[in-house]
Ligand binder design. Structure first.
Ligand SMILES: *[C@@H]1O[C@H](CO)[C@@H](O)[C@H](O)[C@H]1NC(C)=O
Ligand SMILES: *[C@@H]1O[C@H](CO)[C@@H](O)[C@H](O)[C@H]1NC(C)=O
Ligand SMILES: *[C@@H]1O[C@H](CO)[C@@H](O)[C@H](O)[C@H]1NC(C)=O
Ligand SMILES: *[C@@H]1O[C@H](CO)[C@@H](O)[C@H](O)[C@H]1NC(C)=O
Ligand SMILES: *[C@@H]1O[C@H](CO)[C@@H](O)[C@H](O)[C@H]1NC(C)=O
Length: 425
């Protein structure tokens, strides 16, 4: 972990755990789709981060990269590096002197998405210092995956329907269990189901197969067993290392809020709470090509990759609008860069509870994916566990939300629990 302060730059290390999500691109490619041998077709080099990879480019060079189990990337010159899937959206490869990231390829016709998991959309390549950019796309030359077709589940719901207050549902939640308390939120009354769905995570996703959790060594297990039984970054030696909760409104920007919140906390942790900034989620919504604005994105690509390649800016540089917008940053804003980023355990899928607790206590709050079920819309406080109840007046499909984990506790009667702090309400 490095912190290096210079006039306009803060460096820190970002980390994310598991899926961390929301609507995103409609791509739905698996670990097995990615694993294998790829050709990367590279365009002209020598660009900076302003390169526009959406324009056609001439292929100048081709490199062959093998993506091996679980996270080893090997190029045709024998260089060994690293790769990770990013949920079901695409993969990042670091090998030789360069990093490569592209979303998986898909086409859509009449709301039917066709996944072409054996190729990528045009993506970005640059050296390890985020310099010398080029565009590229990838094509898989082994075990070409079949096309998959799906119609987004939300098509089956009437997203224009207005939310209906449902007292019976709230009372029912409160009567069947006592771990957490449910309440009414009058602010939701004028909203459509689509608004609520976007705030909670956007286009529904169901779990995508991922590589098995990385084995936890005896050493790590021992280290984790020596951690405190409960831990909270909001009260660490009576200091609060977590910035205030914010409301994302009707934009599917949970991933941007979770990412900025993690960076804010990590900057506090690294500076013994002397640097307390509020960073700009709108900058991510309006400026990042590594995410889909109000349609979602992933903390790995924001608190990690975007923060490393472009840096985050403060809220005052680009105040929150809560809608898709152009990239209207003020001039000459201070930028905060990540020196490093990784999934807990090293790659997508590797995360486990001991690793998560170690990361949290040793380095700071962790952005995570969180499955939002119908009853969570009425969450007020307490230890959330799904009641199994659904609100038939307000039909719902499971969505993936991004939140920030700031601590944990343990309760022998239940199971290890993670208090969360997100941007939900
Ligand atoms: C990137 O390159 C363009 C074109 O060469 C140049 O105009 C621009 O100032 C550069 N931007 C940065 C941030 O270096
Ligand atoms: C898309 O839907 C329209 C209207 O239902 C239909 O006329 C058209 O043929 C469809 N296109 C394809 C490629 O299926
Ligand atoms: C994406 O898939 C479509 C359909 O197979 C194909 O025509 C297109 O060339 C692919 N894009 C890339 C960058 O390979
Ligand atoms: C994505 O693909 C996986 C595995 O092929 C499947 O189980 C899952 O239902 C798919 N998700 C969506 C949203 O289609
Ligand atoms: C961190 O800040 C606290 C509270 O201001 C102070 O008591 C403590 O000495 C500081 N720790 C270090 C290592 O500077």
């Amino acid at each position: 972990m490095a912190l290096s302060l210079s006039r306009t730059v803060f460096l820190f290390s970002a980390v994310v755990s598991l899926a961390t999500v929301h609507g995103d691109t409609p791509a739905n490619c698996t670990y097995e789709d990615a694993r294998g041998t790829w050709l990367f077709y590279l365009g002209p080099t020598g660009f900076n981060s302003t390169v526009d990879c959406s324009k056609p480019f001439d292929v100048k060079r081709t490199i062959r990269v093998e993506l091996l189990y679980p996270d080893v990337a090997q190029d045709e010159f024998g260089n060994q590096g690293f790769w990770t899937l990013i949920y079901n959206q695409g993969f990042e490869v670091v090998v030789g002197t360069h990093k490569y990231f592209a979303f998986s390829n898909y086409t859509s016709v009449n709301k039917t998405v066709i996944n072409h998991c054996s190729s990528t959309t045009p993506g970005w390549s640059h050296d390890l210092m985020s310099r010398n950019w080029a565009c590229y796309f990838g094509e898989k030359i082994t075990t070409v995956s079949s096309k998959k077709v799906y119609i987004p589940l939300e098509e089956k719901l009437d997203l224009q329907r207005k939310y209906v207050p449902n007292e019976v549902f709230v009372s029912k939640i409160n009567s069947v269990q006592s771990l957490w308390e449910a309440t009414h939120y009058p602010e939701m009354y004028g909203w459509t189901l689509g608004d609520l769905q976007r705030r909670a995570g956007g286009i529904p996703q169901t779990a995508t197969p991922r590589p098995p959790t990385a084995a936890v060594s005896e050493e790590l297990r021992l280290a984790a067993s020596q951690l405190p039984n409960s831990f909270d970054w909001r009260d660490r030696d009576r200091e609060d290392f977590v910035s205030p909760i914010r409301n994302q409104g009707q934009c599917g920007s949970c991933y941007a809020f979770a990412s900025m919140a993690m960076m804010e906390s990590r900057l506090r942790v690294l500076t013994n709470n002397s640097l307390q900034v509020v960073l700009s989620p709108q900058d991510v919504v309006g400026c990042s090509e590594y995410s889909q604005g109000c349609e979602g994105g992933f903390p790995y690509l924001i608190a990690g990759k975007y923060a490393q390649d472009f840096g985050a800016v403060e809220e005052s540089c680009f105040p929150y609008l809560g809608v898709d917008s152009a990239c209207n940053e003020k001039k000459d804003c201070m930028r905060y860069y990540a020196t490093n980023y990784y999934y807990v355990g090293g790659y997508y899928g590797a995360c486990s509870e001991p690793l998560m607790r170690l990361e949290l206590v040793n380095n700071g709050p962790v952005a995570v994916g969180f499955e939002v079920l119908n009853d969570f819309l009425n969450y007020k406080g307490g230890i959330y566990r799904h009641t199994g109840l659904t609100d038939k007046f307000n039909p719902w499909v499971i969505t993936n939300h991004a939140v920030l984990v700031v601590g944990y506790g343990s309760d022998q009667a239940v199971c290890p629990l993670f208090p969360f702090r997100g941007n939900f309400l």
